[in-house]
Design a protein around this ligand. Structure first.
Ligand code: FES
Length: 149
């Protein structure tokens, strides 16, 4: 399997690994098929800007790389911008992912959304365009390479 240099770099030297105490929102997602788990913490200020983001991932190298770069990509963004965050942004920032590893980047997208959802629940607010994490399951419409398990 061919990984880009960037994926290897973020896997070997993950940025923003760890947790945020009293985070504004925490999102935990998992992929039932590979068993990988990703947790993203967001610190959101009163203006609705993401000031800090951290991650903890129990998973494959691509999951670590995608969650790490996801924290960098959402930092400094507004909530609205972060809602529009997609796994494409992740794969582009990493100079691509092997096809069998694209689901790892979807996990990162879901984890960011789940953290935003948690934030909205804690605040008691509705964020346009954000659905509950359970309604956002990629597994049903995403191919997974069984050889990789
Ligand atoms: S997140 Fe499942 S193999 Fe990478």
């Amino acid at each position: 399997m061919q990984y880009s240099e960037k994926v290897m770099d973020y896997f070997m030297n993950p940025r923003n690994m760890g947790e945020i105490e009293n985070a504004s929102g925490v999102g935990t997602v998992g992929n039932a098929k590979c068993g990988d788990i990703m947790k993203i913490y967001l610190d959101i200020d009163d203006e609705g800007v993401i000031r800090d983001a951290k991650f903890k991932t129990f998973g494959c190298g691509a999951a670590i790389a995608t969650s790490s770069i996801a924290t960098e990509l959402v930092m400094g963004k507004t909530i609205d911008e972060a809602i529009g965050f997609t796994n494409q942004a992740v794969t582009e920032a990493l100079d691509g992912l092997p096809p069998v590893k694209v689901h790892c980047s979807l996990l990162a997208e879901d984890a960011v959304r789940a953290a935003l959802w948690d934030y909205s629940q804690k605040k008691g607010i509705t964020l346009d365009g954000l659905v509950p994490p359970s309604d956002h399951d990629h597994d049903h419409h995403h191919d997974f390479d069984d050889d990789d398990e």
